[in-house]
Write a protein that binds this ligand. Structure first.
Ligand code: GTP
Ligand code: MG
Length: 835
């Protein structure tokens, strides 16, 4: 038992024929109090007596909210113990199966159980108990009554499942994405572990690529739980159960409303007898004291839900729009059910419903950690979401206490991420988390450090959104900056990035101390609070959306092409428009990836995004051996190929084929090529096909400097919006154009952020990346140099197709020392040496 107290991933524990005694019982009770993963506990023939049961039941009544199954058959339990356990039934809404057969229960115990069930049955939404085995006791006729009672509650659950499987019913899934981003060693993995209630570790293991964990958050600020959404199986029961649960909830609500109505009527009739004056006073005071605000809140809520619905599902021909009102649904609707009733009941064990019950009112977060390692950054674009919450994580001591280089680096990463968010996710929320607050606390000047950090974040946000103007009131600069940050975004884009500030401490960031867990609760709560504001969080989606997801998943593949998506949709959804809505929705909350920007995969759906992360990052992880099976590479005789990747960024087709599984090789290769992450390399005389990967190139030798002829220098200025990945994609694009347009071109010389290119004999030029600008220096030309820029602009256009319209820049050409002019006017007026 000591072991299971500590082991937080243990789900099942079973023991037989083993006398546990008093000490053992106490340990099990403690386990039920502290362990947050135990789902089933079985103590068969272990001498469990009334005293033992009382202490177990006390935990089930008070604190445990995970246990679904309890098997105590063949023990020494009598009426006193059962009396206590029966008390659990009306309050614990998780426990769904209890086995008490072969014990010493009599009619008195049976009466207690029956009374508890009756009480519980009234409260149908909380009814979890689906199985109660009492055979081989001495209960008498009451046992039959208990069975009838149990049958009724089962009927309610069954109805709920039928409801859930119905096509047209709607419910919100209450799910949103959380992206945890920041530089390496910022503390991202540690933060996620802390949010989940895990243990702190001093050890640092770098993360590779993107790691996704679906979790459930209870809104009481306690640690989050990992959620069992498996990418390719177990999907539908989870979702339908959640749906079923929401139905039960609605039913409960309507019961409440009925009760309230009745109470109101009673009150009214009493008031009629009282004098007018007294009546008015009574009404007024009751308005203030209790439910006075409720009606207006209700109608506001209804309004907002309707607005959501109209936003997302507004289709003039939608015949079901009336149904979307937040109302109670009749069960005997004549809509055809997606699943047959019996099928539904067979498919879903009551346990599933019990599990879903734990999720009610909870929030689903799909947490993704983006590794801080720079080689993955050019990939991230494809995985950033338009909506959701960004946790921008940084290490406080890196930012303020270490070497200047370290500080600069930390700032660079912060800048990078703010840019990326501005660029890719104009609808998102941003939250800054500073780790290692413990480091600060040792010093006396904690407040100074905190202020400095705050100022730093205010400056970054201001710099990246230069269009914002704000009056700096000396007192509250920080919050001012936050406001302007928001205003700037809403001005720059129609959607608004929202900065989640630390209201409690009046800061722009959340300091945390992961070693002790201090501050983690505040982060959790802020996320819980921010979740309902996220796009699609409250959106009511119809059951058929989930059926559509199930149908797509049933193909058992990590991705399916546009044609197959269409076929699935034809089965489950009403037309193309609805298909688009469903795909957009599931994409936004992170259940699938709907590819829209890549030509040959347009409309294709990646059902298992983890699979895509893993495969696409594999080739970028060549230096970390975790992803890559070195033995396999050796065995295939591809050792040299591997070193070619590491030193030159060139991967052979054979190596890629080895890393990626055969069935999906073509898909992944095309995906990478069309996303401009890799590019066919056709310059060597070798017959073997190779691909260049600009994201993993080495830094340039310091001796290599760009050479510029006739002052032919041009800058592509991104004005604080140049994110990693843009330069790499341009490099890919130039490699492609060089190959396709000028057959006799020399191979480009590529480094990280720097390259030399030859476009046949026509042009020789350098590209160089600085934080906000990509510079081009023309070394030699046989045609008017302006043509080189025109060709480059075309390539930038291709990159924009891939990255989206958010990629904005200005092209400025040097016409005399220190004087730049726009591309258009240089061309029109033939300025400088360009034309
Ligand atoms: N003392 C202390 N150590 C911390 C704190 N936060 C993180 N650390 C340590 O910092 C190190 C790096 O943490 P990780 O969470 O693995 O870093 P990461 O951001 O996930 O890094 P990558 O996965 O490489 O991008 C670990 O050794 C942690 O123990 C903190 O608040 N206090
Ligand atoms: Mg990590």
């Amino acid at each position: 038992a000591e072991y299971i107290i500590e082991n937080h991933s243990l789900q099942h524990f079973a023991m037989q024929n083993n006398l546990i005694g008093q000490e053992g019982t106490d340990l099990f009770a403690l386990t039920l109090r502290t362990n947050k993963s135990l789902v089933s506990l079985s103590l068969v023939n272990c001498g469990v007596n009334d005293v033992a049961l009382v202490s177990i039941a006390t935990q089930l009544e008070k604190s445990n909210r995970t246990l679904l199954r309890l098997d105590l058959s063949s023990n020494l339990i009598g009426d006193a113990g059962v009396k206590k356990l029966a008390k659990v039934f009306p309050t614990n809404n998780i426990l769904s199966s209890v086995n008490l057969s072969k014990n010493k229960i009599t009619a008195a115990g049976g009466d207690e159980i029956l009374a508890a069930l009756k009480q519980k049955h009234k409260n149908i939404a909380n009814f979890a108990l689906a199985e109660l085995i009492l055979t081989d006791n001495d209960i008498g006729p009451v046992q039959h009554e208990i069975e009838v009672m149990m049958g009724k509650s089962l009927g309610a659950q069954r109805d709920a499942f039928v409801f859930a499987s119905d096509y047209s019913k709607t419910a919100p899934l209450r799910t949103t994405k959380v992206h945890v981003v920041g530089r390496d060693t910022a503390g991202k993995s540690t933060l996620i572990r802390a949010l989940l209630g895990g243990k702190f570790s001093e050890d640092y293991t770098p993360s590779y690529g993107i790691n996704t964990t679906p979790v459930l958050a209870r809104i009481d600020g306690t640690p989050w739980e990992e959620h069992g959404i498996k990418p390719l199986n177990g999907y539908c029961p989870d979702f339908l159960a959640r749906f079923a649960n929401i139905y039960l909830d609605k039913q409960k609500r309507s019961e409440h409303e009925k009760e309230r109505e009745e109470a109101k009527e009673r009150r009214n009739s009493i008031q009629k007898g009282v004098s007018k004056l007294v009546g008015t006073v009574a009404r007024n005071s009751s308005t203030k004291l209790d439910g006075g605000r409720t009606p207006s809140r209700n109608s506001a809520r209804r309004g907002s839900i309707l607005r959501d619905v109209v936003d997302i599902f507004s289709r003039k021909k939608n015949p079901r729009l009336d149904d979307l009102e937040y109302e109670f649904y009749e069960l005997d609707s004549d809509e055809s059910s997606v699943y047959e009733e019996d099928e539904v009941y067979e498919k879903f064990h009551p346990e599933v419903l019990g599990k879903a019950r734990r999720e009610r009112d909870n929030i689903g977060f799909i947490i993704s950690e983006f590794s801080g390692n720079r080689m993955y950054y050019s990939l991230y674009h494809a995985f950033l979401a338009e909506s959701g919450i960004y946790l921008v994580t940084f290490n406080l001591s890196h930012l303020l206490c270490e070497t200047e280089e370290e500080q600069k680096d930390t700032l660079r990463y912060l800048n990078y991420w703010i840019k990326a968010i501005r660029y890719n996710s104009p609808g998102a929320s941003v939250m800054f988390v500073g780790t290692r607050f413990d480091h600060f606390k040792k010093t006396k000047a904690v407040k100074d450090f905190v202020d400095a950090t705050n100022q730093c974040i205010a400056e970054i946000t201001e710099r990246i959104f230069p269009e914002m103007k704000h009056e700096k009131s000396k007192e509250d600069k920080a919050l001012d900056a936050a406001k302007s940050f928001q205003a700037a975004l809403s001005g720059a884009n129609s959607r608004k990035v929202n900065l989640i500030t630390n209201k409690e401490k009046k800061l722009l960031f959340f300091p945390v101390e992961l070693k002790t867990g201090e501050g983690v609760k505040q982060v959790r709560q802020a996320l819980d609070e921010a979740a309902p504001d996220q796009m699609f969080f409250k959106t009511q989606i119809p059951g058929r959306f989930l059926k559509f997801l199930d149908t797509m998943k049933s193909h058992g593949k990590p991705w399916i092409d546009a044609e197959t998506v269409k076929q699935c949709a034809a089965k489950d959804l009403n037309g193309e428009e609805e298909t688009e809505q469903a795909l957009k929705y599931f994409h936004a909350i992170g259940y699938i990836m709907h590819i829209t920007n890549i030509k040959s995969f347009k409309g294709c759906v990646v059902l298992d995004s983890t699979w895509l992360y893993e495969n696409t990052t594999k080739i970028l992880s060549v230096t970390g051996s975790d992803y890559i099976n070195m033995g396999k590479i050796k065995a295939a005789g591809l050792n040299n190929d591997l070193s070619d990747v590491i030193s030159n960024g060139l991967a052979s087709r054979e190596l890629l084929a080895l890393l990626w599984d055969k069935d999906n090789f073509t898909f992944l290769l095309k995906y990478m090529e069309q996303n401009l992450i890799i590019s066919r390399w056709g310059f060597d005389d070798e017959e073997r096909v190779k691909y260049v990967i600009p994201s993993i190139l080495q830094l340039k030798p310091s001796s290599l400097k760009p050479v510029c002829k006739d002052n032919l220098q041009c800058m592509f200025n991104f004005h604080h919006a140049l994110t990693l990945g843009v330069y790499e994609r341009i490099a890919c694009q130039v490699v492609q154009s060089t190959l396709s347009s000028a057959k006799d071109s020399k191979a480009p010389e590529l480094y990280y952020g720097f390259s030399k290119h030859y476009l046949g004999d026509d042009f020789t030029f350098y590209l160089e990346r600085t934080p906000d600008v990509i510079n081009c220096y023309i070394e030699d030309y046989k045609k008017p140099p302006i043509k080189c820029i025109t060709r480059l602009l075309k390539m930038f256009g291709k990159v924009r197709e891939c990255l989206g319209e958010g990629m904005k820049f200005e092209t400025r050409l040097l016409i005399e020392p220190k004087v730049y002019e726009s591309y258009e006017s240089v061309k029109a007026k033939k300025l400088g040496n360009w034309c």
